[in-house]
Design a protein around this ligand. Structure first.
Ligand code: NAP
Ligand code: MG
Length: 402
């Protein structure tokens, strides 16, 4: 069999711990035997980030701006414990945060669905894709404790030094106050990323805030989304999909009652809370894929989960873990399909489709990793296998399809 040829390389961002092991196995077992894999390789593993003073993270994001499509392995975000574990020079920032800042992107998370793995909300037949705004609000707020007798004001000063001031509250007992912000530019690029995603994937979209209470703040989000939607209205109509703005509480009710198959765009905090709700309701973290999309159409694919540290420590002790590689595999197929689409390589797109089908068929045949076997409601009993055995089983399914 001749291998599929690529034109433009993918930006390959390697990572840490258990997912770094899966990364290599996925390439060896399922990709390089079939594709003449072209990548520009960046090692975002923590030791190399430390060696390069984290320059490698910035370079990989810049490469993504240049080449358009990246695939990323999960990476450690250092904390105090990691400082000593890896003898780090500095507590480097979250790579995802750095990449998101450079690409100015929005993260979309979607579950991978299989027959036999029943969501906790059984009415959900299609994926619910969650888009979370990743800038501002309470995540960059300032807050302050107050004592009885103190007054809190909202003070705004323009370039001429003129001041507007509004009383927030006059405290007759102790309390707290918080100030937060967002920018039109960030809201606007969030809106573009969401509408673009809905059109490209042909799914309807809900955007929710609480503008009945937060009239100016959330009202601004609503208004900017309405404006930006006008640029996409024709494409929505052409695809037969709809856009609905609604209140967050109404959105929750609609989403729970729905069959899925929609994009739900959320403000930063709502997205933080709701993405965990959606991921949990679908079953396993190992089945959530994720893509960062910039407003100018650059893509970075990854798994939604972390480096699965607990499994890695067991692996270091000689155990052969049963870590689910699905989300990482779907990061690769997502990136390869997008690369194929952009470069007009039909064979690459077909390969990505077949590989995903083979992976899903493997699970549907009852062969799966441990995280899934507890959720299995298929006819045949589930067979729990190691990650490598699972990838080999996918390969056998793939070969049937090629
Ligand atoms: P995690 O790696 O997502 O793992 C948490 C737990 O979820 C695991 O212990 C495991 O449960 C289960 N799990 C997650 N992915 C799984 C998979 N593919 N297959 C089977 N089970 C899976 O989160 P964490 O332990 O909080 O974080 C570990 C490291 O990852 C941290 O250093 C963090 O900074 C980093 N992180 C990176 C990213 C990213 O790069 N996008 C995201 C989140 C966290 P059981 O142990 O019960 O089997
Ligand atoms: Mg969270």
């Amino acid at each position: 069999m001749t291998k599929i040829q690529m034109k433009t390389p993918l930006v390959e961002m390697d990572g840490d711990e258990m997912t770094r092991i899966l990364w290599q196995e996925i390439k060896d077992i399922l990709l390089t035997p079939y594709i003449d894999l072209k990548t520009e390789y960046y090692d975002l593993g923590l030791p190399h980030r430390d060696e390069t003073d984290d320059r490698v993270t910035v370079e990989s994001a810049e490469a993504t701006k240049r080449l358009g499509v990246a695939v990323k392995c999960a990476t450690i975000t250092p904390n105090v414990q990691r400082m000593s574990e890896y003898h780090l020079k500095k507590m480097w920032k979250s790579p995802n945060g750095t990449i998101r800042r450079i690409l100015d992107g929005t993260v979309f998370r979607a579950p991978i669905l299989c027959e036999g793995i029943v969501p906790y909300i059984p009415g959900w037949k299609q994926p619910i894709v969650l888009a979370r705004h990743a800038y501002g609000d309470v995540y960059s707020a300032v807050d302050e404790e107050l004592e009885a007798g103190e007054k809190a004001y909202l003070v705004i000063e323009n370039e001429k030094g003129e001041v507007r001031r509004r009383l927030i509250h006059a405290f007759d007992g102790a309390g707290v106050v918080q100030g937060m912000h967002n920018t039109d530019a960030s809201i606007r690029s969030f809106a573009h990323s969401c509408f673009r995603y809905a059109v490209e994937n042909g799914i309807p979209m809900i955007f929710s805030t609480k503008d009945t209470i937060s009239k100016q703040y959330d009202g601004r989000f609503k208004k900017i989304f309405e404006e930006v939607y006008e640029e996409y209205r024709a494409s929505f109509e052409e695809k037969g999909i709809w856009y609905l703005y609604t209140l967050i509480d109404d959105a929750v009710a609609r989403v729970v009652r729905s069959e899925g198959g929609l994009l739900w765009a959320c403000k930063n905090y709502d997205g933080d809370v709701m993405s965990d709700m959606v991921a949990t309701a679908y079953g396993s973290l190992g089945m959530m894929s994720s893509v960062l999309v910039s407003p100018d159409g650059k893509y970075e694919y990854e798994a939604a989960h972390g480096t699965v540290t607990r499994h890695y420590y067991r692996y270091l002790e000689g155990e052969n873990p049963s870590t689910n590689p699905m989300a990482t595999l779907f990061a690769w197929t997502g990136a390869l399909r997008k690369r194929g689409e952009l470069d007009g390589i039909e064979a690459l797109m077909t390969f990505a489709d077949k590989l995903e089908e083979a992976a899903i068929a493997t699970i549907e045949s009852g062969v799966m990793t441990k995280d899934l076997s507890g959720l299995w409601e298929g006819e045949t009993p589930a067979r729990s296998v190691t990650s490598a055995e699972f990838l080999q089983a996918i390969r056998a399914e793939l070969d049937k399809r090629l």
